[in-house]
Design a binder for this molecule. Structure first.
Ligand code: NAD
Length: 390
C-alpha cells in the first residue's frame, strides 16, 4: 500500500503529518511511504531526514492518483480529493463543522460543504481526527488533545514574552515584585496545560470552567478555582461542556469580571464541540483591564471567547490591552506539534493494521471507526446537522 504525506507548510501552518520517526514506523509495517518534498520544512525536518528514515520523495501529481492512504493536516481541497482513487483513506483534520471563521477563509458553509461533498463523490474513506472518540483506547490517536496541550503551553509562554512584567515573585534588595496574576477560562486539555505552565513560571493562577470536575483538576494543579453559581451545567457523554443559556452566560460574565480586571494575563480556551465558541469576555470588561495586560483567545478561530479579538492577529486596545488571536498556537512549536500529530496518525494506522495481509482492517462496528469516519463508500457515515440531511 502506498502512503503519501502532503506538504502543507504555508502561511501560519508549519506542521507536518509525517515525521522521520513515524515514516520509519510506518515503513516497518510494510507500507511504501512517500512524501511531498519540503514536507517537514516548517518543523526543521529536511527531505534527507525523511529519505534516511526509509521514505521516498514524490511530487503531488504523481503520488495523489496512486496513493492508498493520504496523510494531511488541513483538509485537502475539493479538487485534490477528486484526483484520489476510490477507497483511498484520507486521514487528518477534515473540518467536519461549519465554524471556521478566519479572515480570508471562504464562507464556511460553501467551502467546507464542497470538500465534504467531494469526499463522498470520490468514494474516499474520510477519517476526521476531530471526531476521534475521547476514549481511553483512542487517546493515542487524539490529535485534538495533543495539539491543545501544546497550544495551552504556548499561550502562556507567548503571553509571558509579550508582557512588561515577569511571572514569578522576586524578593531582592532592590525591591519585591509580586507574582503575576493569570486567569484561565476553560479548563480542558489546553487550560490544564496553561495552568501547569503558568504555575511552573511562578504565577498566581485562578481558573474557571462550567464543568465541576474541571475545577477540581485545576485545584489539583495549584490554581484557585473561581466558583460561580450558574445553576445546572454539565458535560456531554464525550466529556465536552454543554452549551450555557444566555442567562447563564450573563451570570458567568458578571462573576468573572473582577478577576479579569485584576489579572495580568487572561487565557481563554472555552470551546463547544462542533459549535461556535461562547462569547465570554466583552469589551466592557477588557476596558477595565490594566494597560499592558494580555488576553490570549484560543477560541479565536471558532468565533472567539473575547469580543474584539481578531483571528490570526495581535492587536492592542485603546486602553493598552494586548489581544492575541493566533489561530493555531501549536504551530509556533512545529517540531513537537508535528511529532505528536504524526504519532496520532501513525498510531491510528498501526491500531487497524492487519500484519498478515499488510492492509488496513475496517470494521464498521468498531467504536473508534464508527465515531471518526466522516465518509466511506460514497456515503456520509457521520455528518454535522448544519450540512443538511442529503
Ligand atoms: P474543549 O476544547 O471542547 O473545551 C475547552 C474547555 O472549555 C472545556 O473544559 C469546557 O468545559 C470549557 N468550557 C466550555 N464552555 C465554557 C464556558 N462558558 N466557560 C468556561 N469554560 C467553558 O474541551 P477539551 O479540552 O477538548 O476536552 C474537554 C474534556 O474532554 C476534558 O477535560 C476531558 O474531560 C475530556 N477528554 C477526554 C479524553 C479521553 O478520555 N481520552 C481526552 C481528552 C479530553
Amino acid at each position: 500500500m502506498l502512503l503519501y504525506a502532503l506538504n502543507e507548510v504555508a502561511g501560519d501552518e508549519t506542521r507536518a503529518s509525517l515525521t522521520p520517526d513515524t515514516a520509519k514506523k510506518l515503513a516497518a509495517l510494510g507500507l511504501d511511504v512517500v512524501f511531498e518534498p519540503g514536507l517537514g520544512g516548517g518543523a526543521d525536518f529536511s527531505d534527507d531526514d525523511y529519505t534516511a528514515a526509509g521514505a521516498k520523495p514524490m511530487p503531488r501529481d504523481e503520488a495523489i492518483p496512486a496513493a492508498d492512504i493520504v496523510l494531511h493536516l488541513t483538509p485537502p481541497p475539493a479538487e485534490l480529493i477528486r484526483r484520489m482513487k476510490r477507497g483511498t483513506l484520507s486521514l487528518g483534520f477534515l473540518a467536519p463543522f461549519p465554524i471556521h471563521l478566519g479572515p480570508g477563509d471562504p464562507p464556511a458553509e460553501t467551502a467546507e460543504k464542497a470538500r465534504l461533498d467531494a469526499l463522498v463523490e470520490a468514494g474516499l474513506t474520510g477519517i476526521s481526527v476531530e471526531m476521534m472518540p475521547r476514549s481511553t483506547l483512542a487517546q493515542k490517536m487524539d490529535a485534538i488533545s495533543s495539539q491543545a496541550n501544546l497550544a495551552g503551553y504556548v499561550a502562556v509562554t507567548l503571553a509571558a514574552s509579550r508582557m512588561n512584567k515577569i511571572l514569578p515573585m522576586m524578593m531582592t534588595p532592590s525591591g519585591t515584585i509580586s507574582p503575576a496574576k493569570v486567569f484561565i477560562i476553560g479548563v480542558g486539555v489546553a487550560g490544564l496545560q496553561a495552568i501547569a505552565t503558568a504555575k511552573r513560571l511562578g504565577a498566581r493562577v485562578t481558573a474557571f470552567d462550567t464543568r465541576a470536575e474541571a475545577l477540581e483538576q485545576a485545584e489539583s494543579l495549584g490554581a484557585k478555582a473561581l466558583r460561580i453559581d450558574l445553576g445546572e451545567t454539565g458535560a456531554t457523554d464525550q466529556g465536552y461542556a454543554k452549551e450555557l443559556t444566555p442567562e447563564q452566560i450573563a451570570k458567568q460574565k458578571a462573576g468573572q469580571a473582577k478577576v479579569c480586571a485584576e489579572s495580568d494575563i487572561v487565557i481563554c480556551t472555552a470551546k463547544l464541540f462542533g459549535r461556535p465558541a461562547p462569547r465570554l469576555v466583552g469589551k466592557d470588561v477588557v476596558s477595565t483591564m490594566r494597560s499592558g495586560a494580555i488576553l490570549v483567545d484560543l477560541a479565536a478561530e471558532t468565533g472567539g471567547n473575547v469580543e474584539g479579538v481578531v483571528p490570526g492577529e495581535e492587536t492592542v486596545t485603546e486602553n493598552g490591552v494586548r489581544l492575541i488571536g493566533h489561530r493555531r498556537l501549536e504551530c509556533l512549536v512545529a517540531r513537537d506539534a508535528s511529532a505528536m500529530f504524526a504519532n496520532n496518525l501513525a498510531n491510528f494506522i498501526d491500531h487497524f493494521w492487519d500484519k498478515e495481509t499488510k492492509t488496513l482492517k475496517y470494521d464498521p462496528e468498531d467504536p473508534i471507526l464508527k465515531g471518526a469516519t466522516l465518509t466511506r463508500d460514497g456515503q456520509f457515515v457521520n455528518k454535522h446537522p448544519a450540512f443538511g440531511k442529503s
